[in-house]
Design a binder for this molecule. Structure first.
Ligand code: SF4
Length: 304
């Protein structure tokens, strides 16, 4: 029988043992861990207070398993803040300022799970607005985090873009710009935007507000997938950072499977494979990623 090793590591040994390696940083980032913890605290407080309603504005995180666990405790996702009453938990990527203001005015209890790393671009945008800068927000205009940050800027002179070429659209006469990043963008794109701005504007205030949680997970997935014969990616099928990990693994021509729950694992995927990689998106609890590795290890041992 071959020895089965399951651990958080990137490199496989050269011997013939079956190895299951889990990417060292796979699983939930600190902002998501914090949001889940605040979510559980909110539901247990509501229970103690006789079952007052608890809502989240949209699913608390992009992981159906966690959302279902919280739903079992009484947390209900809603799409519109108008439907909130009792307690509402704000998601890690934050909300628009006016939504928060409206909730406060209606005396809805707010549990603010906005990630501190998202609060930072919000504060910077506010300060740039007050100082009269033109804001360049590098990111996806449709993303709730970006909409939230813009609401703190509070002025019409801004550009949201993910394309360095779009800097040419900024009206003549603008002399001082502030560059802020959505937390999950690529550093390469931010640097390209900064370079263009420095060539054109007199004053360029730069704020690198990128969080490296996503890029670290992507780099590790790249490395692990290059060595593994099969990859299992654990995370929500509706999670963009999880799907990005799947794409990265497939781009390395490695057989890759995305799962949300243990029962989705098909042991046939591992037939004849000795190097098995496991990783998980930034919204998947780390314990669950480890559980997947242990599940595969225990079942293969039975089969071998
Ligand atoms: S990816 Fe970064 S910014 Fe987003 S929630 Fe996680 S830690 Fe916070």
């Amino acid at each position: 029988m071959s020895e089965i090793k399951s651990k958080r590591a990137l490199g496989f040994s050269s011997d013939e043992s079956v190895e299951i390696h889990i990417a060292p940083n796979a699983g939930a980032c600190f902002g998501v861990v914090r949001a889940i913890k605040l979510g559980h605290q909110a539901t247990s407080r509501a229970k103690q207070q006789g079952g007052t309603p608890v809502f989240s504005l949209g699913p608390l995180i992009h992981n159906p398993k966690v959302v279902n666990d919280l739903a079992a405790e009484g947390m209900r996702p809603i799409e519109s803040a108008e439907d909130a009453a009792g307690t509402v938990v704000l998601r890690s990527h934050g909300v628009r300022q006016e939504i928060e203001k409206d909730l406060r005015e209606r005396k809805v209890r707010i549990v603010d799970a906005t990630c501190p790393l998202v609060k930072k671009p919000q504060r910077i945008a506010q300060s740039l607005g007050e100082k009269g800068y033109f804001l360049i927000l590098v990111g996806d205009a449709n993303h709730p985090e970006v909409k939230g940050v813009l609401s703190y800027f509070g002025r019409p002179d801004f550009l949201v873009t993910y394309s360095p070429e779009a800097i040419a659209q900024i009206p003549e006469g603008v002399t001082k710009v502030g560059v802020v990043a959505q937390t999950t963008i690529e550093l390469k794109v931010l640097n390209q935007v900064i370079e263009r701005c420095r060539k054109r504007f007199k004053e360029v205030a730069v704020y690198n507000t990128i969080c490296d949680a996503t890029s670290i997970r992507q780099e590790e997935a790249t490395e692990l997938a290059a060595l593994a014969q099969v990859m299992v990616v654990v995370g929500g099928k509706n999670s963009s950072n999880t799907n990005k990990l799947v794409k990265i693994c497939k781009d390395r021509n490695t057989e890759t499977h995305l799962i949300e729950e243990l029962h989705e694992i098909d042991l046939n995927w591992f037939e004849g494979k000795k190097k098995i990689g496991v990783t998980g998106g930034a919204s998947t609890p780390m314990e669950f990623v480890d559980q997947v590795g242990e599940y595969i290890a225990s079942h293969l041992e039975i089969q071998l």
